[in-house]
Design a protein around this ligand. Structure first.
Ligand SMILES: [Zn+2]
Length: 411
């Protein structure tokens, strides 16, 4: 048995509390232990408490001296598109120079350029690039990442992307939760209904039988998949035992939040255009909103989702990076903490709760990760600052000191 003692953290931010998703004022109670410590045995947390107590029980454990540092549960990023080929630098430059989405698409940019490059890449090539992305997440203090397919849009290419995720889990310390997003866009020269047939008949069955994904997601939006098409994909996924997530109300208020509630989806993601009725529907369906301020920022928009209203309505809010090459090229949860505080008016404590314990529950892992409590996985990040609020405050400065996953140094 290997043991590890974390001692003298200026703040050990434990997130200890009720064994469920946190709502309302609970989001502000992040259970900090000053001069805190933890004893870790193998991959699990064995004792949490003041350093002097931990020291007495540490025996010959290897010591991590966290003096002058903050220790947090590893961030849990519940919405990313981690596996893709290439980048969208040309789109980025065009947008900076004032081009519209339509002009960029006409010039050969947009999601299609990523789909073409991803289709042309081999599994091995995609894996090399995905490992680089995985390392970025670790460097930002993230230990678990939900990752969606969706840049293949053929049965063969979607399965290829999901297999890359499986290898990524085996070959890097980062924990990946795979989501099948075959219905990310409608392939060229195909009608959406025809493509939904393909997703339902040719993609979902092998995804489910080979256990390549835990969740299914749909891009429910005008010009992509309407409510009826989204319902068909998600119902089919549900019957195969997959959990449901949905890209909802990003560009228009399409009623997708209500669909998420109807289908009892785990999450509805984006929600920039969701109104009071949509928020009420999420509440009635017990759906967790996943807010993605990085994409609002990177697209140069100011239409952030109504985080405060959602918290006041009692929703178990989550924030995530939406890491992807087009609209949110950041793997940095600290950057998202900054946006949550400055643009969505969350307190720094709320921002921490919605990037750790709440996303863990949204991924069906609330009993294992997301807080530093006895019995949970020893997934934690150590930061070079004395107060957790510094993570959201000093934006753009890397503050990660070290990262541990299942009790082992990952970065
Ligand atoms: Zn997304």
């Amino acid at each position: 048995m290997s043991s590890l003692a974390v001692l003298h953290a200026s703040q050990l931010v434990t997130l200890a509390g009720p064994k469920r998703r946190r709502v309302g004022s609970e989001l502000s109670d992040i259970a900090i232990i000053r001069d805190g410590g933890m004893l870790i045995r193998d991959d699990r947390i064995d004792v949490v408490g003041p350093s002097n107590e931990i020291k007495n029980k540490a025996g010959d454990a290897e010591v991590i001296d966290a003096r002058g540092k903050v220790v947090l549960p590893g961030f849990v990023d519940a919405h990313t598109h981690l596996v893709f080929a290439g980048n969208r630098l040309d789109d980025f430059e065009r947008r900076a120079c004032g081009d519209t989405y339509e002009q960029i698409a006409k010039a050969g940019g947009g999601i299609w350029s990523t789909v073409e490059k991803t289709r042309a890449a081999s599994e091995a090539e995609l894996l090399i690039q995905a490992k680089k992305h995985a390392d970025w997440f670790l460097r930002c203090g993230t230990t678990t990442v939900e990752s969606k397919s969706g840049y293949g849009l053929t049965p063969e290419d979607e399965l290829k992307i999901l297999k890359v995720m499986r290898r990524l889990t085996q070959e890097t310390p980062l924990e990946i939760v795979p989501t099948f997003l075959g219905a990310h866009a409608v392939p060229r020269k195909m009608h959406a209904d025809e493509y939904v047939d393909l997703v339902v008949n040719e993609m979902l069955p092998p995804v489910s039988s080979d256990r390549l994904a835990e969740f299914c997601d749909v891009f429910c939006e005008r010009g992509y998949f309407d409510i009826e098409q989204s319902r068909r994909v998600l119902n089919s996924a549900k019957s195969l035992g997959l959990g449901l997530r949905i890209h909802a109300d990003q560009l228009s208020n399409s009623g997708a939040a209500k669909l998420a509630a109807e289908l009892k989806a785990a999450t509805a993601d984006h929600l920039e255009k969701t109104d009071e009725q949509g928020i009420a529907a999420l509440k009635s369906g017990d759906v967790q909103p996943v807010l993605l301020p990085g994409s609002v920022y990177a697209l140069g928009s100011t239409c952030y989702p109504r985080a405060r209203e959602m918290i006041e309505a009692g929703l178990a809010v989550v924030i995530a990076t939406d890491f992807n090459p087009g609209s949110s090229p950041t793997p940095s949860m600290p950057m998202i903490l900054s946006l949550a505080c400055t643009q969505m008016k969350m307190s720094p404590a709320e921002a921490i709760a919605v990037s750790t314990i709440n996303p863990a529950y949204s991924l069906g892992r609330g009993n294992l990760i997301g807080s530093l409590e006895v019995g949970k996985m020893a997934n934690f990040s150590v930061f070079d600052c004395e107060d957790y609020r510094e993570l959201a405050y000093w934006f753009g400065v890397p503050q990660t000191h070290s990262v541990y996953i299942k009790g082992r140094r990952a970065r």
